[in-house]
Design a protein around this ligand. Structure first.
Ligand SMILES: [Cu+2]
Length: 199
């Protein structure tokens, strides 16, 4: 693995690793490194100094440092086209990806009826086009509480709240009424024997 150069204090990248020549016929500042090659031509053919070839780390994903590079070696025992890509989706679709074409002459043949470009036909006759019953067609969330059930429960809740409010209002009114009656009795001496005796 090769690293770019970074500011030791901020960690900000200052420049790409110069082992790689990114130019590809363009100015370095305008190159996206699509035609990368070794700067040192003696490194071609896997002749990169300092590689651990006896017991290297085995990996299927790797973090490539910004401005740096990684040397990867594969065991070519599985013919096919293998997609290597950045795991940031936007980067992958922007082109930060490659197809590794391993042992092309030994690729397994596709199945006989495998659809190819242009000749693909969609055979509707094999499909059961019976409409799915409405209840089975519902999404799980809808299945749990149907529209009808929702409104019944909401209606019951609203009715309950209104009834409770009505009871509270009645209770308060009743209390006020009793208080007024008591005050009236008190004022007229009907309910205050002590008062009447002492006066
Ligand atoms: Cu990326």
């Amino acid at each position: 693995m090769g690293y770019g150069s970074y500011n030791e204090t901020t960690g900000k990248i200052m420049g790409d690793n110069l082992d790689i020549d990114c130019r590809g016929g363009k100015e370095r500042s305008k190159s996206f490194c699509n035609n990368a090659t070794w700067s040192n031509s003696t490194w071609f053919g896997g002749n990169v100094p300092g590689l651990e070839l006896t017991n290297p780390p085995r990996k299927d994903t790797i973090i490539v440092p910004s401005g740096g590079y990684v040397v990867v070696r594969i065991k070519a025992d599985n013919p096919g086209t293998w997609f290597m890509h950045c795991h940031i989706d936007l980067h992958a679709s922007d082109g930060m990806a490659l197809v590794l074409n391993e042992s092309f002459p030994h690729h397994p043949k596709p199945p006989k009826d495998f659809p190819r470009c242009v000749d693909f036909e969609y055979d509707m006759s094999n499909r059961n086009m019976e409409p799915v019953p409405e209840k089975e067609n519902m999404k799980p969330a809808e299945k749990m509480v149907s529209n009808e059930q929702f409104w019944v429960v909401t209606g019951c809740l609203i009715a309950g709240i209104v009834l409770l409010g009505f009871i509270i209002v009645c209770m308060v009114c009743n209390k006020e009424k009793s208080k007024k009656q008591y005050e009236m009795k008190y004022a007229t001496g009907q309910d205050n024997k002590v008062f009447t005796v002492n006066s």
